[in-house]
Write a protein that binds this ligand. Structure first.
Ligand SMILES: Cc1cc2nc3c(=O)[nH]c(=O)nc-3n(C[C@H](O)[C@H](O)[C@H](O)COP(=O)(O)OP(=O)(O)OC[C@H]3O[C@@H](n4cnc5c(N)ncnc54)[C@H](O)[C@@H]3O)c2cc1C
Length: 438
């Protein structure tokens, strides 16, 4: 086995050092990376596909996080904000996603040194090296990155960068409704009846679900949140019904357990259990979905259940099967990913959801996040691939270490520790199974 050389190689500095670091995604982690680069005096540009910062968090903004404020703010970002008079909200209170954006992420994005470098409505559609596809090796590390962006009017351009930090999350790339993981057969026909995870069923999206039959697919906490919202909607609006469709024989991942270390998480499970016991949520377990098709005003999901073919009719489907990283944009980049969870190879054993819960993941930094492509890093939610255990606190330490490495400060980059407490945290579902939090 050859050992990877993790020392930053300073090559062709004249050109590279004049270029900015490209950050993909203006979520909490991308903006934390920006704050660290401000402190280091390194130029950067943040590309955000949404029309506003933190657009993924805004999508599930009605959902309350499990972590209290004291675990949710990046230390470098806090320093920048406090220098401008910002005050940390009640440290013991857990905000909703919307509060997280309004009271912390948006003020951070408004700091002059960051605001001037954020480009909204700009989607990164590919990353490569200037004039080099992934097969070319000679002078690779000395060659600037070429980040291909699509701007609002659809026009494309390539932007040069000295390093790339991919903080694009996973919210925009949900798992498939199909048990095989491949795109569901018939998906194009039923797409209009499929809602993404965590719809705001009691608020913004109410009209879509009231007086209708909704089927929630998935067994994690985002499914649980949606099921509870729909059960409440059914109480308020006649003719609203709810089915919970899961692949496993039982919904064990979300059910409550007396030794759950997170009180709120345990309460969520027991509230779903109660709604099922009361008959407000109908459970259809052991179903492997293979196809969807239109049926009148609604849709049918066709699958296997205990050796038989079953057809389930519904008006709306909520895909709460979890998320996976979008690797398509990284096709020309030399990645080293775990073959199961699709996280960076050295990080994967630390976050294996079969071993670790949200609170037990060790702090880690540039060493675990390094790929054969020098100067390229996946951080934040996306760095965990399909594992459901991501916490903002660990993501903040990731970007502190990675930006220190980019600055050539290997000592600081290597000194990885969690400055924020790491309990009371969470993330999303794993492949139709369960997750820590959403
Ligand atoms: C319901 C829910 C509850 C959670 N609760 C907690 C909690 O209590 N505690 C905790 O620590 N964590 C929690 N998490 C997990 C995690 O902290 C969040 O998912 C967090 O938003 C991850 O931050 P991020 O910056 O990595 O990604 P995101 O917030 O997903 O941000 C990624 C950004 O990148 C943009 N983007 C995507 N693709 C592109 C592209 N190609 N080009 C340009 N921009 C792009 C997106 O529009 C988005 O704005 C929760 C997650 C969910 C879903």
């Amino acid at each position: 086995m050859t050992l990877l050389d993790l020392t930053p190689r300073v090559v062709n500095t004249d050109r590279l050092s004049t270029l900015p670091v490209a950050i993909i995604g203006a979520g909490p982690i991308g903006l934390a990376a920006a704050a660290h680069l401000v402190e280091r005096g390194i130029d950067f540009v943040v590309f955000e596909a949404g029309t506003d910062i933190a657009s993924s968090v805004r999508s599930w903004g009605h959902t309350r996080l499990f972590s209290p404020w004291k675990h949710l703010v990046d230390p470098a970002s806090r320093r920048l904000l406090e220098a401008r008079g910002w005050v940390l909200p009640d440290p013991e209170r857990a905000p909703t996603g919307r509060e997280l954006v309004e009271e912390y992420v948006a003020p951070l994005a408004s700091v002059d040194e960051i605001a001037a470098r954020v480009r909204l409505g700009v989607e990164v559609v590919g990353v490569s090296r200037e004039g080099m596809d992934r097969t070319r090796t000679r002078s690779r590390a000395a060659t600037p990155f070429a980040v291909r962006i699509r701007i609002a009017d659809g026009e494309m351009e390539d932007v040069s960068a000295r390093a790339v930090i991919d903080a694009s999350g996973t919210y925009l790339s949900p798992n498939s409704l199909s048990s095989s993981g491949l795109e569901l057969l018939g998906m194009a026909d039923i797409a209009g009846a499929v809602a993404p995870a965590l719809p705001d069923v009691l608020g913004r999206d109410r009209l879509r679900f009231a007086h209708r039959h909704t089927t929630v697919v998935g067994a994690g906490h985002s499914a649980a949140n949606t099921l509870l919202g729909l059960a409440e909607l059914a109480r308020q609006e006649s003719g609203t019904t709810v089915t919970w469709l899961i692949r496993n024989a039982q919904a064990v991942r979300v059910s409550s357990s007396a030794d759950d270390e997170l009180a709120d998480r345990a309460r969520l499970g027991s509230r779903v259990d109660q709604a099922v016991a009361d008959g407000r949520i109908r459970v259809l377990d052991g179903v492997e979905i293979i196809r969807g098709r239109r049926a009148g005003e609604g849709v049918e999901l066709v699958g296997h259940r205990r050796g038989e073919v079953v057809t389930h009719a519904t008006d709306v489907v909520v895909n709460a099967t979890g998320f996976r990283p979008n690797l398509d944009i990284l096709r020309e980049i030399r990645l080293e990913l775990d073959e199961i969870v699709e996280a960076p190879k050295r990080l994967a054993p630390l976050i294996d959801p079969n071993v670790h819960s949200c609170g037990t993941v060790e702090p880690h930094g540039f060493r675990e996040l390094t790929h054969p492509e020098q100067g390229f890093f996946i951080v934040g939610m996306k760095s965990y691939g399909r594992a459901p255990t991501f916490l903002l606190a660990t993501g903040y330490e990731q970007v502190r270490s990675v930006t220190a490495w980019i600055a050539g400060d290997t000592a600081s980059a290597s000194n990885v520790e969690l400055t924020l407490p790491a309990t009371g945290v969470c993330s999303t579902d794993l492949g139709g199974g369960g997750g820590c939090c959403s």
